[in-house]
Design a protein. Structure first.
Length: 333
């Protein structure tokens, strides 16, 4: 990243593997460099984590983003001392972890919206801890949407050259099927096209997955394709977007891996998550579309079962940081 770019990384749930994968990723990517990312979280937690991992990094606590020194070779932690006296449990839910991780995401979002940072990368939070703490937000996306006042925020998963833009995520399967409407599919295709164009793709190749088996076999197995998805594809085609579909979901990902599409628009959570994680589980990451800032994330959870054991794989965090850097420079995915 150049001298003008700032990347902020949220610590995630301090009881999970977030602190571990962040420390490992920064150590792997940056070494003894300047313009290090800012960690938004608890200084005590990151220092304890680095010591336990025997990774020799220097940290400096700052209480304002305006105090960030890009020439420093210390990792600066934006920390308001609110949680400095709390010993977060390792590998378990807690109200304290929920409160802290929620606040850190809100802080990062505010900084991104006000352009105080150029990109944010998030470690995993625990939804149950958030619920225990009284928050109605299911995850990061709900905070981004509320604070940015965006009408539509979507999630895209990335693993290598396979990219899946999700029409919906946190809906039950029954609700997700009802969400497949011409209006919603059209909006998803247009949002995908706009972002990929912004990221440097020339007429991005968009494939749209069907909802029903065999893309409904001409209406023999449901009519969602003919009634809802196809009209959306045709409408976008007529507006100059390079899109095709609906294609059977059992073959479209194979085609995407073999460079037929730049991105696949999928109809629901598991339709996109399964191929991404099978194709490259450790490397898979998440990026949000529809928000006025760059946000990437690991594509795994808090992994309470291995928290504190120093065995967490940091590959996803490394890839999420690299993608945030690339997008902040307007480079291609």
């Amino acid at each position: 990243m150049n001298n003008k770019e700032k990347l902020a990384i949220t610590l995630g749930d301090p009881s999970g593997i977030g602190p571990e994968v962040i420390i490992k990723a920064i150590s792997s990517l940056y070494g003894d460099k300047e313009n290090l990312p800012i960690i938004i979280g608890d200084t005590k937690t990151v220092e304890k984590t680095a010591k336990k991992l025997d990774i020799k990094l220097s940290f400096k606590q700052i209480n304002s983003i305006d105090s960030y020194d890009q020439s420093s070779k210390e990792i600066q932690v934006l920390d308001n001392n609110k949680y400095s006296e709390i010993d977060f449990p390792v590998g378990d839910n807690s109200v304290e972890s929920g409160n802290a991780s929620h606040e850190w995401v809100e802080t990062a979002t505010d900084l991104a919206i006000t352009k105080k940072v150029d990109a944010i990368c998030t470690a995993p939070i625990n939804k149950e801890s958030w619920q225990m703490s009284g928050f109605s937000d299911i995850g990061h996306q709900e905070i981004f949407k509320r604070k940015s006042k965006s009408n539509y925020v979507a999630t895209m998963l990335v693993s290598g050259t396979l990219r899946c833009m999700h029409l919906s995520t946190h809906l039950s399967l029954a609700e997700a099927c009802n969400y497949v409407t011409t209006e919603n599919v059209t909006r998803a295709i247009k949002l995908t096209h706009d972002h990929f164009t912004m990221w440097g793709f020339n007429k991005p190749r968009i494939g749209v997955a069907a909802l029903n088996p065999h893309a409904s076999d001409g209406g023999l197995i449901g009519n969602t394709e003919q009634k809802e998805i196809l009209p959306a594809v045709e409408k976008c085609k007529n507006e100059g977007i390079n899109v095709t579909g609906p294609h059977p979901a059992d073959s479209i990902f194979y085609d995407a891996i073999n460079d037929k599409y730049d991105v696949v628009v999928v109809m629901y959570h598991d339709q996109g998550h399964i191929p991404i994680k099978v194709y490259g589980f450790e490397e898979s990451i998440s990026v949000n579309l529809g928000v006025p800032f760059i946000r990437t994330s690991v594509d795994h959870g808090t992994a309470f079962d291995i928290a504190g054991k120093n065995i967490a794989d940091s590959t996803s965090m490394i890839e999420a940081i690299k993608l945030a850097q690339n997008l902040s420079k307007n480079s291609k995915l």
